[in-house]
Design a protein. Structure first.
Length: 184
């Protein structure tokens, strides 16, 4: 199931035995393979036995199956969850800084900016980014838009060459047009 990044933000994380673990702050990922490395959690003081030995209140939970509605319900008890925790590490990239990042083609044409990021929670992989297309990119691709309408398009992560302050694609504008999906 693909879930947008903002669906994870600030959602409460609960263990299967009803302990409040904390809330999701961000998602850590591998910028080369686009795999989710873990969920960055701000742990609650009430779950001190969970964060023992980690020093700070932020921990990273390794990806697992869960149920997500108003809260994220993990499949593990609080005791078993300790095995899925690692210290949060700022050396691992986060997805949130990519929101609003400019996206450019291989030949440095501005495509637009990132609106959201879609995550496959079955495989824990970053699948795509939703981009608000720039006016010049819309014209270069020959797309039609309404007078006030903004056009959003989804591009797969496999055409992203690098992601940092700016996202560079491995395709020129025609290749991007072939690979993207226009969203309504």
């Amino acid at each position: 199931m693909e879930v947008p990044l903002e669906a994870f933000k600030d959602i409460q994380v609960i263990s299967s035995d009803a302990y409040e673990v904390g809330e999701v702050v961000d998602i850590r990922y591998d910028p080369f393979e686009w795999n989710v490395a873990g969920l960055r959690i701000r742990s609650k003081r009430s779950s001190n036995k969970l964060a023992a030995g980690f020093g700070k209140a932020n921990v990273m939970i390794l990806p697992e199956k869960f149920v997500m509605n108003d809260v994220m319900l993990l499949s593990q008890t609080i005791e078993r969850l300790k095995d899925s925790l690692v210290p949060d590490n700022d050396n691992i990239a986060s997805l949130s800084p990519l929101i609003n990042a400019k996206v450019v083609t291989k030949d440095n044409m501005l495509v637009g900016s990132v609106v959201t990021i879609m995550i496959d929670t079955d495989n824990w992989k970053v699948m795509s980014m939703v981009i608000r297309l720039d006016k010049q990119a819309i014209e270069a691709m020959g797309l039609k838009k309404g007078f006030f309408a903004k056009i959003n398009a989804e591009i797969p992560t496999d055409i992203i060459l690098s992601s940092a302050e700016m996202i560079h694609l491995s395709e020129q504008i025609d290749g991007v047009k072939e690979r993207m999906t226009i969203l309504e």
